[in-house]
Design a protein around this ligand. Structure first.
Ligand code: ADP
Ligand code: MG
Ligand code: MG
Length: 194
């Protein structure tokens, strides 16, 4: 499946709407194992993405992804800003070669791993992105698969980021960045894959 410029724009506008809708919930999740700002960080960042994208009349995939990256890097603050920013910057670079969705999201995952040095099982957004990349490789990404990946962060002990400071206490809580990434991919399913 190809990510056209129009679909990329629709995807990210849908993501913004989901983040605004669940802003308080994301901050509550972060309050439990971090500093309680993930919802407001992402709401501010995706609002800036929306402002940038609404200026683009004829969306082109690489440009949409790059505008998203720049907005997220400059406006999110916190660990998640540069991580989501790296993901979208790598996707923008890759989009100059291919607009295949699996390859784009895989490049995004590599961007996150390169920037944050987290791997699968560390209880971060990587635990959503990695299974999503695997599902996309099989053309089998569904909302159920996304929910399963997000929920699987609950029993994990955080090894990266602020949540790692609370150690054992992070066990039993969802990872906020894994949840916000879940909204990103639910939006992808809705706008692009269905
Ligand atoms: P901060 O922790 O600086 O307040 P946020 O609350 O916005 O930033 O984001 C926290 C989220 O960032 C975590 O829930 C986790 O998913 C993600 N995260 C933190 N560190 C890393 C990392 N090294 N690699 C991948 N994701 C990370
Ligand atoms: Mg936080
Ligand atoms: Mg913070």
């Amino acid at each position: 499946m190809e990510l056209t410029g129009d679909k990329a724009k629709a995807w990210l506008l849908n993501f913004e709407a989901k983040i605004q809708e669940h802003k308080a919930y994301l901050s509550d999740l972060d309050q439990a194992i971090g500093d309680g700002d993930h919802g407001s960080n992402m709401a501010r960042g995706t609002e800036a993405v929306k402002v940038n994208l609404e200026k683009i009349a004829e969306p082109e995939t690489a440009e949409v992804l790059k505008q998203a990256a720049m907005a997220l890097i400059s406006k999110v603050g916190g660990a998640s800003g540069p991580l989501y920013g790296s993901a979208f910057m790598q996707m923008a670079k890759t989009a100059k070669e291919t607009t295949d969705i699996h390859e784009l999201i895989e490049a995004g995952l590599e961007g996150i791993k390169h920037r944050g040095k987290a791997d699968v099982g560390d209880k971060t957004m990587v635990d959503t992105w990695a299974p999503v990349v695997e599902a996309l490789a099989k053309d089998a990404l569904t909302n159920e698969a996304i929910t399963q990946a997000v929920d699987a962060t609950k029993p994990l002990k955080a090894k990266k980021g602020r949540a790692s400071y609370v150690g054992e206490r992070s066990i039993g809580a969802l990872d906020p960045g894994a949840v916000s990434s879940g909204y990103l991919f639910t939006a992808l399913v809705e706008e692009v894959l269905q």
